[in-house]
Design a protein around this ligand. Structure first.
Ligand SMILES: NC(=O)c1ccc[n+]([C@@H]2O[C@H](COP(=O)([O-])OP(=O)(O)OC[C@H]3O[C@@H](n4cnc5c(N)ncnc54)[C@H](OP(=O)(O)O)[C@@H]3O)[C@@H](O)[C@H]2O)c1
Length: 258
């Protein structure tokens, strides 16, 4: 009998983080899952209990210590979240900004580095980090939100993860969809090639549930260690698609380094 892997998932109240917590909870023989969040209320709303959750803020490294004690793996699913600036008038485009104390440099860089350092101090052996495609283009429109350079800061933190010496799996997701998982063929790539030139011109998106599945499989598959990759999905029911079930084969296509 194998001992379940003790895993902490941060961003546990987030749209993908909450799916990862649920996915891991469904496999108690393989995982003992803890969630990390900053809002008790959100955890209670999403999970109906706060049992198994640790509360803190990734800007405050000391709040990560007890959450990571005795963990073998960490899943980083925190991110600065753009918010709409007021309500747009009819015909106006909505404008987005970040709260002043939650700019990408603070959350997506320092906050992730705090997690990596706390994980290293706790003896964590593997970190799975979900980031974003588009990071090779400094002029990407997402970088212009409040001049926050979100994709630039995300990449800097990912490089720190690689340099940390802890085993890593970095998943650069395409546009995230709130759609069911397990119904699509997943594609992996590197350096934004899937974004710049998607095969057959397909949308460069992927359901959050499929990303959650990739995270779980990455925790299990040795071949996912020390890899970074982009991922999108073929549309559901695409005539040339076969639903992805062999994750070892997916990870075999991925490579080390950003
Ligand atoms: N949206 C897209 O289409 C897209 C595309 C590609 C990649 N991505 C990336 O994929 C990842 C997951 O995205 P998502 O949309 O599922 O995430 P999300 O719903 O925006 O969740 C972000 C999480 O980070 C938490 N968080 C933020 N600041 C924190 C802090 N200071 N301390 C503790 N927790 C904090 C939030 O907590 P609260 O719940 O308390 O706010 C939330 O749980 C992100 O890195 C995102 O950039 C997104």
């Amino acid at each position: 009998m194998t001992v379940p892997l003790q895993v902490l998932v941060t961003g546990a109240t987030g749209r993908t983080g909450s799916l990862v917590v649920r996915e891991l909870q469904q496999h108690p023989n393989q995982f003992m899952v803890r969630g990390f969040a900053r809002s008790r209320e959100k955890v209670e709303q999403a999970f109906g209990t706060t049992e198994g959750f640790y509360f803190g803020d990734i800007r405050e490294p000391s709040t990560l210590t007890s959450a990571l004690a005795d963990c073998q793996a960490l899943v980083i699913l925190t991110s600065a979240v753009p918010q709409m600036k007021g309500i747009p008038q009819p015909g106006e485009r909505p404008e987005f900004t970040f709260p002043a104390d939650e700019m990408p440099e603070v959350i997506d860089y320092q906050g992730q580095v705090n997690q990596i350092e706390a994980a290293k101090a706790a003896g964590v052996k593997h970190i799975v980090l979900v980031g974003s495609m588009g990071g090779t283009n400094e002029n990407h429109p997402l970088n212009r939100i409040s001049n926050g350079n979100i994709l630039v800061w995300k990449r800097k933190a990912e490089q720190e993860l690689i340099d940390s010496g802890i085993d890593y799996t970095i998943i650069h997701a395409g546009g995230l969809l709130n759609e069911p998982g397990g119904k699509r063929e997943l594609l992996v790539g590197k350096d934004d090639t899937l974004l710049i030139n998607p095969p057959g011109g397909i949308p460069t998106s992927i359901p959050r549930a499929d990303v959650a599945q990739l995270v779980m499989q990455a925790l299990l598959e040795p071949n996912a260690r020390n890899k970074a990759f982009d991922t999108i999905s073929k549309p559901e029911n695409a005539p040339d698609a076969s639903v992805t079930r062999d994750f070892a084969a997916i990870f075999a296509q991925t490579t080390p380094g950003l």
